[in-house]
Design a protein around this ligand. Structure first.
Ligand SMILES: Nc1ncnc2c1ncn2[C@@H]1O[C@H](COP(=O)(O)OP(=O)(O)OP(=O)(O)O)[C@@H](O)[C@H]1O
Ligand SMILES: [Mg+2]
Length: 266
């Protein structure tokens, strides 16, 4: 037997129906549902109020852990806005990069808090790498799970990855990447820890191919207990990529080429 609705219940139901009529549920896109929870919307508002961006324009990339948007600031500069997912993200993997990094002593337990630490870590790493004159997007600012940085682009379009675009001058690209590894290691004291053709953007500038390294959230200090393991993996990925393209290199050779640059860094 159906339970009769009590008066307050009935009133509530009617009120709800009226509201639904006034504000029909929007058919929101998957992007919207995935990244824009209420807290993230507030964070973006705070970022805009602080003047880091003026307009969030469109989605450039929908990754597993973060979405990247093109934005514009009041002065008309393009910005990349990386929004880390706090609801649907699977951050089981993050701890090994946060723990052991002496800059992040008390790694939180709650997922949302871990994501915020991660965002801060990517920002701090970008700062360190920019100071060491490496080609990374210039960091503009961050709040909570949202990072704002320089938008690496050609005529407003995000630059393609090394994986997608490739390069004409392999030797020059190789030298740029070994210089990145050396500057990061000897000047910033950092190891990228996810370096591959997927995290390198290729920009054509004055007839030259300029390589930018992105996605530095997992980069660790060289004092990290797994530093050697991560460095070895980076060197191996680079050796494999260039060998596949015809510039034969072993992991050890890449290591040697990086070492040779040490003096230049002093
Ligand atoms: N600063 C930037 N300027 C221009 N494009 C960018 C920038 N940062 C990221 N992108 C774009 O977003 C993509 C993903 O960026 P990133 O690798 O930092 O995020 P991710 O979460 O690791 O994503 P994925 O899981 O796809 O690797 C890049 O391949 C590039 O297309
Ligand atoms: Mg990436």
């Amino acid at each position: 037997m159906q339970k009769r609705k009590t008066e307050p219940e009935k009133e509530f139901q009617e009120e709800r129906e009226k509201r639904i009529k006034r504000f029909p549920e929007k058919k929101t896109s998957k992007t919207f549902d995935d990244v824009f929870d209420q807290e993230t919307l507030n964070t973006i508002r705070r970022i805009a109020t602080a003047g880091l961006i003026d307009k969030l324009e469109y989605v450039v990339s929908t990754g597993k852990e973060a979405y990247v948007f093109r934005a514009m600031d009041k002065a008309g500069n393009f910005r990349a806005v990386k929004i880390f997912k706090t609801i649907t993200s699977k951050f089981h993997n993050m701890n090994q990069y946060l723990e052991g990094d002496k800059r992040f002593k008390n790694v939180p337990k709650e997922k949302k808090e871990i994501v915020k630490e991660w965002t801060k870590k990517e920002f701090k790493n970008l700062e360190k790498l920019s100071k060491a004159n490496t080609n990374v997007p210039f960091p503009v600012g961050f709040k909570e799970n949202v990072l704002v940085m320089e938008f690496i682009n050609e005529n407003g379009e995000a630059c393609k990855t090394l994986k997608e675009k490739g390069v004409k001058d392999l030797q020059d690209a190789y030298e740029q990447i070994t210089e990145f590894i050396a500057r990061a290691f000897y000047i910033s004291g950092l190891i990228h820890a996810d370096l591959s053709e997927y995290n390198i953007l290729v920009k054509e500038e004055k007839g030259k191919e300029k390589l930018f390294v992105i996605d530095v959230g997992q980069a660790v200090l060289k004092s990290h207990p797994k530093a050697e393991e991560f460095l070895k993996r980076d060197l191996k990925n680079i050796a494999l990529y260039f060998s596949k393209k015809g510039l034969e290199k072993t992991e050890e050779e890449v290591r040697k080429d990086v070492r040779k640059l040490k003096e230049k860094m002093a």
